[in-house]
Design a protein around this ligand. Sequence first.
Ligand code: F6P
Length: 323
Amino acid sequence: MGDIKTIGVLTSGGDAPGMNPAIRAVVRAAIFNGFNVKGIRHGYNGLINDDIFDMNLRSVSEIIHRGGTMLYTARSLEFQTLEGQLKAVENCKKHGIDALVVIGGDGTFRGAQAISRHGIRTIGIPGTIDNDIACSDYTIGFDTALNTAMEMIDKLRDTTQSHERCSVVEVMGRHAGYIAVNTGIATGALCVLVPEQPWDIDKDVIARIKETQAEGKKNFLIIVAEGAGKALKIAEQIQEKTGLDTRGTVLGHVQRGGSPSMRDRVVAAQMGVHAIELLQAGIYNRVVAMKNDAIVDYEIEEALNMKKELDPLMLGVAKVVSI
Ligand code: F6P
């Protein structure tokens, strides 16, 4: 355990289903290993504004199945300034916080890196629905978001089919197409448009609709990642170019909510426990990750510099199975 006595835990950035089970794992594993635990509300803003409270084993009861985050979250602009960071460090000292476990995405890890330069030891846990953390094959929240999007699109398919229409669905993912390609495969979309691959409305969408129309297809589902285009605009273009009755749907923040799936709860527990084991071993300023189904960790700088590619084979699969 070394000289670490008290661990703070916070969630930051966009929330993700599974953050609650991750908080629960961190708190329970920390107490099991003899650490004191402090909860920090509203991400790094809570460190700056002294929104910090003692946690015990029961503080995390009844949250394992809940979406959102019991610690609330924020994207803190103030924490990006040196002044904000120094206030945060002062509050860490006031509460005796020696180490922080932060759950979130790249922005959260950059925050961890900043505060670690002032002597607060940090561990990052990847929590975002986008699955866009380069060092990790998987991020907590991705599976639940995929299942939510799939259920919504299944419902949309019913009405698209009844009206023999075309539906264009915009899914989240910021600059990444992981949600789009996976939901595209799972819902049988005719086209999946992602930011990782250039696309052309005539060649990749209209031609495909026309080809399949000629073979008797009557309803069409197009999935677009938010980083690749706007559903409403694409729907207008399709209607104009094909005459097909077309609707655009933006799934939006519904993808971030809901009870975490089995996978998200289990990965959250594995990663939360690993984070505490690292601190217990005196290892810090690392990001916990999943590689080939194993839980591993990387130095923060190294993790932030990594690149992750959307598997082109997945795009190929989406194309082949949805004619
Ligand atoms: O990173 C998660 C995410 O939901 C992205 O998919 C999306 O681009 C962004 O957050 C939306 O952020 P906000 O909740 O601030 O609108």
